[in-house]
Design a protein around this ligand. Structure first.
Ligand code: CMX
Length: 141
């Protein structure tokens, strides 16, 4: 299992609208797009930072994973996404190495990417996402 790069870092925020001026006006990052990911009950904004991205995550429902995170820990770093090829093989490989996966098969995330999460208890308290790009229209490169 070799991750190619940090695809993005997910930051939980209460309001994308309120958070954006810090990223766009102060850090002067390029806003790549905003979309709703219904399956995850979040609205996300991607900002380009070199080869990587920052993903702002705003919950759209009180029972979303991100709403629960903000309620418990406040706003802040939520996950680190590792870019991989052949995500299903990576999931299977991690499972054989004893890593607890939250997804046994990939699901479709923001920008049409295939994603799967590891449980933070298997990774020293960090929520890691595996992320495989697909050539779906609207993808945030
Ligand atoms: N990073 C690190 N640790 C986290 C965490 C996070 N983002 N979220 C929860 N945890 C920790 C908790 O602190 C808790 O630890 P303790 O038992 O030591 O207190 C433990 O994980 C269990 O957490 P919990 O609060 O009881 O919450 P849940 O078990 O209900 O859910 C998790 C935690 C990670 C399993 C769940 O959030 C999940 O399935 N996440 C994957 C999907 C996701 O995060 N989607 C949103 C992003 C979507 C996108 O990027 O588009």
């Amino acid at each position: 299992m070799r991750a190619k790069k940090i695809d993005h870092i997910g930051i939980a925020v209460s309001s994308i609208e309120k958070a954006l001026p810090f990223y766009v006006d102060i850090l002067q990052l390029e806003l790549l797009g905003i979309e709703e990911v219904e399956s995850e009950k979040v609205k996300v904004a991607f900002l380009k930072i070199g080869e990587s991205k920052i993903e702002l995550l705003e919950p759209t429902a009180p029972d979303s994973a991100v709403a629960k995170f903000i309620e418990k820990r406040g706003e802040g770093i939520h996950h680190v996404a590792l870019g991989v090829d052949d995500i299903q093989a990576r999931i299977d490989e991690l499972k054989t190495k004893g890593i607890r996966m939250l997804n046994d098969t990939p699901k479709t995330g923001a920008g049409g990417a295939l994603v799967a999460f590891m449980h933070p208890k298997s990774a020293q308290g960090v929520l890691y996402e595996l992320c495989e790009k697909t050539s779906v229209k609207g993808e945030h490169e």
